[in-house]
Design a protein around this ligand. Sequence first.
Ligand SMILES: *[C@@H]1O[C@H](CO)[C@@H](O)[C@H](O)[C@H]1NC(C)=O
Length: 404
Amino acid sequence: MKLFCFATLLLSLALAYYVYTPMPETISEPWKLMILDAAIRSTMHVGAFLQTLGICHQVHVVRFVQQMQPMPSGDTKVQDLTFAGVQVRVYEGTGGEEGRLRRGMVFLHGGGWALASTKERSYDHLCRKMADELKAVIVSVEYRLAPEVHFPKQYDDCLEATKHFLTPEVLALYSVDPAHVGIAGDSAGGNLAAAVAQQISVDDTISVKLRVQALIYPVLQALDFNTPSYQQNHNIPILYRSSMVHFWLEYLDADRTLIHTMLINNHTAKDQKALSKHRAKFDWTALLSPEFQKNYKAVVPRKGSPKILKKVPALLDVRAAPLLAEEVVLQKTPQAYVLTCEHDVLRDDGLMYARRLEQAGVKVTSEHYADGFHGCLSFASDPIKFSVGERAVQNYISWLNDNL
Ligand SMILES: *[C@@H]1O[C@H](CO)[C@@H](O)[C@H](O)[C@H]1NC(C)=O
């Protein structure tokens, strides 16, 4: 009996240690987030273990767990189709006025270019909600993922599917008004949405243009992993700084061991001549307002690892890092909605892009959640619901309703 009590005590302590993560006081529902984070971490750990044993890739374990969640249902018409060779899930909201053209949206889900899918519970739920509340047609793109494919395949899939939807014939087929089509995405999907929006804006062969781009805590650059938000939130669930760098290396199919040197910005040290023409585009000391800079210091090593930018040229490719676009390109992009969360390593990616769009003359709505954390929009409905997630989804859809 004594032994049993002792073992129980030890096990509880180990569990508490595993679950407990210090949280900032201002974050939404810290205890719930701690438990959610522990669940995600344990999935990742089991995945890493199975990968070490050579049984499967870590990503496959995470995907398996994601698929176990119950699926929403409702009246929305949902069809799995192929647009220009790319799988898409099309949602058609009901209840629009008879004979009137509808609004259209392309939606690109997040997941570090490696996880999730259009069919995942939270994304499926969000797209149904968008379709119903906006009485719109939503095209959620099932772009291929890492580790099976790498950059630029994810981007290409999204671009091709979007171009297909934007053709006048296809829009007519769905009764969508060509003047009212937008694009949106969260996290890595926000990265893809920003990149696709840029390309559509400069491609003269595409006659129908996007009306809005809605970027939800987008990832936009891989040149500075020490922005104030990366420094401040490096250990905040559910996206740790090291996980974000890892997602980048996997997406760009770069040597995974570069993580250590890139975490300290060795790839963008002062001795990188190739970077001089880009620096101003991601210089947070100029692009962020002082309230976000706080007392953080820029991390620019004097000497670094000069070969990285040559070995991984995609780090400077605007299709991977939309923040590096020239102002003449940004000028042409549509009206923007940029959602950022205080407790998110990617906060400053979004804030810097919003600032650069504004400087280029684009109309921008910046919505910042002081209690938000990365991924919160995916936790806006049962069984895992956060107040900040619910608020953010509602405000995002209401912005689309007013501006799309
Ligand atoms: C960063 O670059 C410096 C200078 O080349 C090098 O001495 C150091 O080992 C690098 N750091 C890492 C973690 O690779």
